[in-house]
Design a protein around this ligand. Structure first.
Ligand code: PLP
Length: 391
């Protein structure tokens, strides 16, 4: 954390004092002060608010004022502490001291005037996906609030399940997972290998299944971590994912025109939307969902029910078919030599659609790639066998 020069802190404090005397304090401080200092020093707001004793701030104008988060979770101070020579004292450090995950410029998607950068979330160690962040943080928060149970229940499309199974292995609790039948069979093997119990269900990852698991958990005195409603999901991305991306962009001297990401629980994209909208004026955010009737593991349609996307709405939603996602991931694989997963392919396909339709102006675009292709051999084999559907 960089100490502030007194004169900078004084500027912020003067602003805050003026706002305080104008009334409507809480709401005004959180939003207006962040706008004022955003471009100059990301630590300044944190320190100024901390200095005058503010503990919690509201999420945004668009949410009810009683939804607040702690100052630390706002992600306005620099808590990213990577291990430069990559020697880790535990497999837990392997997660949070390995951040940031890489940000890489892709040749396959960049064209005249459009530079495309992908944030590779498969560089997380347990599920090799973005969901390690939430598996870790949901358990951190449960332990912090005194949970000492022996069993965790959750619904998952694989990745959150793998992250929780890893947490169970490390902390010593059992993990029982409900996974829709439409998800690739390889997931059972991976989850069992990490010590979890797996139940396949006919239901999709919607309210119905989530309620069933909640009831089961109550009956068995297990902790239902509930990635769809647990705010630790949204907050870990606000505190770390968004912050580290901002640090990376600053380092690269990139001011992006837009961010594109998939929607599953909406945790990561809603947090990025909230964070970057308040700190980079004019930035646009695009959410990606499967076209009607299409199955793309990890992402869902908004109407199936998600929480945080309503706290911070993307500017636009792009619909993608499974075969379009596969074609886009192959384009990246065969030009950049890295193999993205299906939802990453959907994000890449969304960029290409926006480009083709002339809906985005030239500049830098950030694509969030949640995982890589290694779990999806089944879907890729079907596609190569010509069973990928109509594109
Ligand atoms: N892509 C994959 C492969 C996922 O596993 C998930 C979440 O499960 C997502 C995308 C969506 O992320 P989020 O839940 O943060 O919306």
């Amino acid at each position: 954390i960089t100490p502030l020069k007194p004169v900078e802190l004084q500027d912020v404090l003067d602003t805050i004092t003026a706002l305080l005397s104008a009334g409507n304090v809480y709401r005004t401080i959180a939003v207006d002060a962040s706008y004022r200092v955003a471009e100059e020093d990301s630590n300044m707001l944190y320190w100024a608010l901390n200095y005058i004793g503010v503990k919690r701030v509201p999420i945004s104008y668009s949410t009810p004022i009683n939804i607040t988060i702690s100052l630390e979770e706002l992600g306005f101070y620099d808590d990213i502490n990577p291990e430069p020579l990559r020697v880790f004292k535990s497999s837990l450090e392997l997660l949070y001291r390995n951040w940031p995950t890489p940000l890489v410029r892709l040749e396959s998607l960049s064209t005249d005037g459009y530079r495309v950068w992908a944030k590779l979330e498969w560089y997380n160690p347990y599920s090799m996906s973005v969901k390690d962040r939430i598996g870790w943080y949901m358990i951190v928060r449960a332990l912090e609030t005194g949970w000492r149970g022996r069993e965790v229940y959750e619904t998952t499309s694989t990745n959150t399940g793998m992250a929780l199974a890893a947490m169970g292995a490390i902390h010593g609790f059992r993990v029982k997972l409900w996974i829709p039948k439409t998800i690739q069979k390889a997931s059972d093997v991976l989850l069992k290998a990490l010590g979890a119990e797996v139940i396949r269900t006919d239901k999709q990852l919607t309210v119905d299944l989530i309620e069933d698991v909640k009831t089961e958990a109550k009956r068995s005195n297990a902790l239902h971590v509930d990635q769809f409603n647990n705010d630790a999901n949204f907050l870990v991305h606000l505190k770390y994912t968004a912050k580290e991306l901002e640090l990376q962009l600053k380092h690269a001297g990139v001011k992006p025109k837009g961010i594109i990401g998939g929607l599953g629980t909406s945790g990561h994209l809603a947090a990025l939307t909230l964070y970057f909208r308040s700190r980079m004026s004019g930035i646009r955010v695009y959410g990606v969902q499967p076209a009607r009737g299409e199955v793309i593991p990890g992402i869902r349609r908004i109407e199936t029910g998600m929480k945080w996307v309503h706290w911070a709405k993307p500017d636009n939603i792009v619909e993608v078919k499974r075969c379009e996602a596969i074609e886009a991931l192959l384009r990246v694989a065969r030009r950049d030599g890295i193999l993205p997963g299906l939802s990453s392919g959907a994000v890449a396909a969304a960029f290409l659609k926006l480009l083709e339709k002339g809906e985005i102006e030239p500049g830098d675009y950030i694509l969030i790639f949640p995982d890589n292709g290694f779990k999806y051999v089944e879907q890729l084999s079907e596609y190569f066998a010509g069973k990928g559907g109509d594109c």
